[in-house]
Design a protein around this ligand. Sequence first.
Ligand code: COA
Length: 334
Amino acid sequence: MMYAAFRSIGAYVPAKILTNAELEVMVDTSDEWITKRTGIKERHIAAADERTSDMGVKAAELAIKRSGLAKEDIDMIICATISPDYFCMPSTATIIATKLGLGKVMAFDISAACTGFVYALSIAKAFIESGMKKNILIVGAEKLSAITDYTDRGTCILFGDGAGSAVISATEDKNEAIIDIHTGSDGSFADLLMTPNGGSGSAHDELDREAAGCYMRMKGNETFKVAVRTLTADVVEILEQNNIESSKITHFVPHQANYRIIKAVGDALELSDEQVVLTVEKYGNTSGASIPMAINDIYESGKLQQGDLMLLDAFGGGLTWGSALVPFTGKAIH
Ligand code: COA
């Protein structure tokens, strides 16, 4: 039996920082409101000529290097993004594969918003366990600034750009195996968080970006309540079904949308502050990139050690959600 192991992590954060103070000038908001309601102090914004694929490539280069594999060993790439280089085709994954020089590997994007990385992880696990692939590169990359309306204070304070990537490899060692992944969705909540236009349901002849709704829209408060409920239920279920106490989790890595959501879920699981990974303060919400960026943070700070058990928990537009119990099998940085 082949198992899937989480082998390595990498991330990329664009240089430009957008602070709460700068947003105060752009919309009717305040540093105090943003900090109190979300925990966010700043977010990074990609350069005008920096695409989602460019950020994905930089994160992936690190992940491949840290995996100890050669590029030729990678046999598939999945990119989770809601801000692809091109909305219909080609996929951002194919562009990343070519920029990386990965050869003619199978490459595709998935659309599961902030749950994208966990969905990609579950697809990678399935391909590896079935024996079809051996080393899969998964990338969560977002240029959300390209679909953010900087006149809408309900959303523009939340989102940032960045990318994270991981290599998932086949192993025969059960101790290294990703233990379990739960995923779900409910399209009846589609209107809570959406980019109304630009898809096959849109009026292509009216594409004035703002009027035609090419920017993200969110019913923040309703989304907040469903997020807390769903994220909590999801992790309680995956822990119970696998007979794992929350005290055994080394790192709880939730999607970084809002400090208050993370705190509510962490409290429900009776997790200590040391167990909960928090990056929302410096990156904001980077959707599909948020979880791998957070994992990379604990990796680079030396907190993530080989054998540590991570509990991932994501929630996003769709609505979609997912959780995963993942031992880290890579070499620690320190
Ligand atoms: N600055 C100042 N005031 C703001 C504001 C801002 N940036 N954004 C909204 N407000 C105002 C509202 O207009 C409202 O004013 P009113 O009471 O006069 O009507 C008030 O603040 C409260 O708004 P509300 O939307 O109820 O605030 P909230 O506590 O729910 O916080 C979010 C708003 C967006 C931060 C929060 O709902 C959230 O994080 N939602 C979920 C995000 C998420 O998880 N997304 C899914 C995964 S990506």
